[in-house]
Ligand binder design. Structure first.
Ligand code: NAD
Length: 351
């Protein structure tokens, strides 16, 4: 099975190399037959080909059984007309990868607030306030005058329904609780529609408890007691912000795996950004991308009835947990001394 690998910008190439080292080991051990179709995107192809996401890469993404995407430095990208396409937004919309699934788990004992964290955030990621993906043509952000900017938020019943269903399905296999996070006290119509769909889906899952929280209270409650939460379903921007909060509370942003998935395709993507401040220093923690790749293996296992992929994913997760137990085998962001590649080598050795 040939997986498309897009290392991205900043620390992307370093953490991708580390991730492939771990996957190669798992592939050999569990006879997964994984191969890599590695292609440049981002600032490299902007310079060489005039686009951060060349058409040939988009075509390869459409054909690939799975994708591994490193972080991209889209803050530095020029406008779309000058070749600056955000690969993650584009892949989400074009491949219908509507479900951004972001677990947060305290892997070093308790999390930063001395409480254990084990929750999953389900974030709809093809609409909402994200200007690059909420319009058929044009952008959902514009300036009628020099001193006025307007952003449009798109919410559809279909996508609210789909993301809710994914959250309830996961909840059934976990602790049977879904918390819907919204701002319907202010955004009566759009978040009212979101809540209408979540409640509708909940009727199909009488065995799962539905809880509702306003987003500002949710931000505080996550700090106060993350153990109250199991599966959290929400829209694009709230999910983006709360998932960074949840990951940091679990121990570090660098620990959080993430996939964006649809019915037909799945892409592993680290939750953090391209970290240009530590690029090229062999200091980046590759755990987030490694765990994202393990989530992709779980998705492939279900999609292609390949239980060995799921076994490999579980063993990779176990190896990460073991490596993180000791301060000696952690990366510098967690107070350890191992570089990116040495950490990956250590994790691979535990598989
Ligand atoms: P960032 O997540 O890149 O970095 C925030 C801080 O966390 C930095 O101090 C960085 O060094 C640290 N950090 C992040 N990942 C780390 C890791 N794996 N190991 C150790 N330390 C890590 O956020 P930013 O600096 O605000 O954004 C940089 C660029 O990344 C921007 O262009 C932004 O748009 C982009 N971004 C991309 C994605 C993505 O591709 N999925 C997500 C978020 C931000």
């Amino acid at each position: 099975m040939k997986i498309l690998v897009l290392p991205g910008d900043g620390i992307g190439p370093e953490i991708t190399k580390a991730t492939l080292a771990v996957l190669d080991r798992a592939s050999g051990k569990f006879k997964l037959g994984l191969e890599w179709d590695q292609r440049d995107i981002g600032l490299v192809t902007l310079k060489a080909q005039g686009s951060t996401l060349p058409d040939s890469v988009m075509e390869a993404a459409r054909q690939a059984p799975g994708i591994i995407l490193g972080p991209v430095d889209h803050l530095q990208y020029p406008a779309r007309e000058q070749g600056g396409i955000n690969p993650s937004g584009e892949l989400r919309v074009k491949l219908d990868l509507f479900a951004n699934i972001r677990p947060a788990k305290s892997r070093m004992g308790v999390g930063l607030t001395s409480k254990p964290v084990d929750l999953v955030i389900f974030r709809e990621c093809t609409e909402g306030f994200y200007a690059d993906r909420n319009m058929f043509f044009g952008r959902g952000e514009f300036m009628p005058t020099e001193d006025m900017a307007i952003a449009v938020r798109k919410v559809t019943a279909r996508q609210c329904n789909r993301i809710s269903r994914v959250a309830f399905e996961w909840a059934r296999k976990r602790r049977k609780k879904v918390t819907a996070v919204h701002k319907a006290n202010v955004l009566h119509i759009s978040d009212g529609l979101f809540l209408r769909e979540v409640r509708k889906v909940a009727q199909d899952y009488p065995d799962v408890e539905l809880d509702e929280k306003i987003v500002d209270a949710m931000a505080a409650l996550l700090v106060r007691d993350p153990s109250r939460f199991d599966c959290i379903v929400t829209g694009n921007m709230f999910g983006d912000i709360l998932s960074d909060e949840a990951s940091e509370i679990s121990g570090s942003l660098g620990l959080a795996g993430s996939t964006m998935a649809g019915d037909e395709a799945c892409c592993a993507q680290a939750q953090h950004g391209s970290a240009p401040d530590i690029q090229g220093q062999d200091r980046a923690n590759p755990t987030s991308l490694i765990l994202s790749a393990a989530m992709l293996l779980e998705w492939l296992a279900a999609r292609h009835q390949r239980p060995e992929f799921a076994r490999a994913a579980q063993v990779i997760e176990g190896a990460i947990d073991s490596a993180l137990q000791s301060a000696d085998t952690r990366t510098p962001d967690l107070g350890g001394k191992l570089g990116t590649q040495a950490f990956a080598k250590h994790v691979a050795g535990l598989i």
